[in-house]
Design a protein around this ligand. Sequence first.
Ligand code: TYD
Ligand code: MG
Length: 453
Amino acid sequence: MAKTKTVYYCSSCGAEAPKWSGQCSDCGEWNTLSETTAVVSSRQRAANTSYTGSNITQVQSLDSVEPDDVQRIATSISEFDRVLGGGLVPGSVTLIGGDPGIGKSTLLLQALVNLSQQQTTLYVTGEESLQQVSLRASRLGYSEAKVPLLASTQIETILQQAQSSKPQVMVIDSIQTMFTDELTAAPGAVSQVRECAAQLVRFAKQTQTTVFLVGHVTKEGTLAGPRVLEHMVDTVLYFEGESGERYRLIRAVKNRFGAVNELGVFAMTDKGLREVSNPSAIFLSRHEQAVPGSVIMVTLEGSRPLLVEVQALVDDSQLANPRRVTVGFEHNRLAMLLAVLHRHGDIVTGDQDVFANVVGGVRVTETGADLAVLLAIMSSLRNKTLARDMIVFGEVGLAGEIRPVPNGQERLMEAFKHGYKRALIPAANAPQKAPEGMEIIAVDRIAEALDAC
Ligand code: TYD
Ligand code: MG
């Protein structure tokens, strides 16, 4: 017997509430609850419980469970394989989020064309017509590719097709356009997105199909609709960078089969996305001469060190509340660094606008950028340049100390490989044996770092 009930879903966190209220009791967002009619039959509820695809309900001891040998499938796009943790895992579900026009459909089409030479594939498009997909394919030079396409937005039809054609890799573009007959809400509503994703996850686990879900992001940069999507899937990848820029970065923010924060770098060309296998050098602006406010740092994204340029501009403010603006760097950390600079370096920026920018659309999420940002601010404030051949990394603590960051040696080697001859780094990161010809300036306190420059 099917029974109908009305529930309210929060569009921000996906929480379910029996009653409407102005504020979501789970995440505290206002005006996010929307009403849907949920029909839950007892048959479906039973099916809901089996997410993992395993029917064993006995208790087993951990040591008696043999791990499956995960056979990874390479997509032949090595930067994509890298963020996935070394290729596709059969039965895994991957969510790819990103701004409109950033290249989600392009990347997945390229991957599917490569995969279709050895695997059975299926590309489900809910946003574009088959003609539009074919137009893109011919633009990419794949007009001869034999990738099965399906234009549909109804999840039951899609799963039925998939049951009969048995693809090994399936792409759903996008999850927000899908709907199930079991719910009355419009496609894109939280309940629809959630239920469709749940059905696809179940299908993937039961049939060992690798599924890619394309997800839209909101203005704030998180996935539109429920955050719960991120909990349901195995891997979450985000496209970073601006759609107007040439370089596109893909970051793994969750990965059950590999490292997170792993970064894949691509360039958008007129023939689709091309991998950039040596990305270190592309994020530097290569000034003719040293300029004030510019510092080169080595950041570590996943397992790969990356040279990036941090810029700062400090200017007399006309405002009562001077501006603090960051691009590619956490806003709160800038405020913290300015406070540390004031207390431990006696440098006042209270009457100055401070802008900090990481060049090239890179988003630095680690604390190793602190020292570089701090020195860039000082350099701009004093209008003095730093040595051109110097790199910087290190975390700044509230007590004015310079703290070590992971993988110091790797960062130094990367800088050395690109011709940098000096490194200003935390004392605890100082290597026992520096690369030959590289001068290491190891500092413990902010004052020492400022003196050294
Ligand atoms: P698309 O993959 O459709 O983005 P998404 O699915 O994330 O919305 O990418 C479309 C953009 O990429 C569009 O602005 C045009 C550009 N593009 C190229 O520059 N070169 C190409 O070869 C292709 C296919 C797209
Ligand atoms: Mg698209």
